[in-house]
Design a binder for this molecule. Structure first.
Ligand code: HSE
Length: 311
């Protein structure tokens, strides 16, 4: 095995009530990466297509995550690696752009090294990339990218990830307004203290959302998609947030919220047809504004990162 090409999926972090802990993985939105062994030792990023990002491995999230993995690899390597990154996920979009690069590269290296590391260890390496991107080693995007489906970050130190079951026919419609919100800025506006009453509502929702996934209860799932703590602060940064959310619900969506730290807004729907209808509804709202935007519709991806080719 000398070369691997992978699909590194976009992800939704937070999922309304689950700030910093809940995430899920997308099927049809993501980057591609090629990692190949080289005679020269060390790691090099040789190509980044689609976005202007640093090629220096110490300044690039994929480079930092790759270094974290290689530092823990116990055997001596008499070869190195080169990385090509084909970006489709815009940095600062809120759908896990940095996570896709960080998770993608550690997954690819692990395959080329004959899988010495567990998924949990890969998340640990990948979140070093997240730390470079936003100042915090958050795992709620890299975990679903690596595990697929829905994940819960049960603990950050020591890291523990819980894989949650998936609702079979769940689709997401995401609108990405073309404004950039940096995760570090979106975190800086959050309060240090929250009201006990809000916390009570929030953890009740997290519990019921997890229960809804286990029991395949779409109504309870929909009823749990409320964020009493973070959304009131961050939604002010996103044009037409309330209108998009209300109209999506009216169009049949189960619920929605801010994807990651924004500006993307996600909604969930039961089935592709409703997800398409929600997309049309949201589109018509944004077409009346001066903001450029992208709309994505995707099934939830049960598998995470996918191998496109390996040889
Ligand atoms: N949980 C993180 C945040 C995700 O909302 O700040 C960032 O994508």
């Amino acid at each position: 095995m000398n070369e691997i090409k992978i699909f590194a999926p976009a992800t939704i972090a937070n999922i309304s009530c689950g700030f910093d802990v809940l995430g899920c993985c997308l099927e049809s939105v993501g980057d591609e990466m090629i990692v190949r062994k080289t005679q020269d030792k060390g790691i090099k990023i040789t190509k980044i297509i689609g976005e202007e990002l640093p090629m220096d491995i110490h300044k690039n999230v994929a480079g930092v995550a790759a270094l974290a993995l290689l530092r823990k690899y116990s055997k001596n390597l008499d070869f190195g690696f080169e990385i090509e990154i084909y970006k489709n996920i815009k940095p600062g979009s809120g759908i896990g752009s940095s996570a896709a690069s960080a998770a993608g590269v550690v997954f690819a290296l692990n395959e080329l090294l004959n899988k010495p590391f567990s998924k949990l260890e890969l998340v640990e390496f990948a979140r070093k990339g997240e730390e470079l991107a936003c100042g915090y080693p958050i795992a709620d995007n890299v975990a679903p990218a690596i595990y697929g489906g829905f994940t819960l970050v049960k603990n950050t130190d020591p890291l523990r990830i819980v894989e949650l079951p998936l609702l079979d026919n769940l689709y997401t419609t995401i609108i990405h307004p073309q404004i950039e919100i940096k995760t570090a800025d979106a975190r800086a506006i959050l309060p240090n203290k929250i009201k006990l009453g809000d916390a009570v509502k929030q953890w009740a929702n997290v519990g019921s959302l997890v229960h809804a996934l286990h029991t395949k209860d779409y109504n309870l799932f929909a009823d749990s998609l409320t964020d009493h703590i973070v959304e009131p602060y961050r939604s002010k940064l996103i044009p037409k947030f309330e209108k998009v959310k209300k109209s999506a619900l009216k169009a049949g969506a189960l619920g929605g919220g801010i994807s990651g730290s924004g500006p993307s807004i996600f909604t969930f729907s039961k089935g592709n047809q409703i997800a398409e209808y929600v997309a049309d509804t949201i589109k018509s709202i944004y077409q009346k504004t001066n903001f450029d935007f992208n709309i994505y519709i995707s099934k939830i991806n049960p598998e995470g990162i996918k191998i496109i080719s390996i040889h």
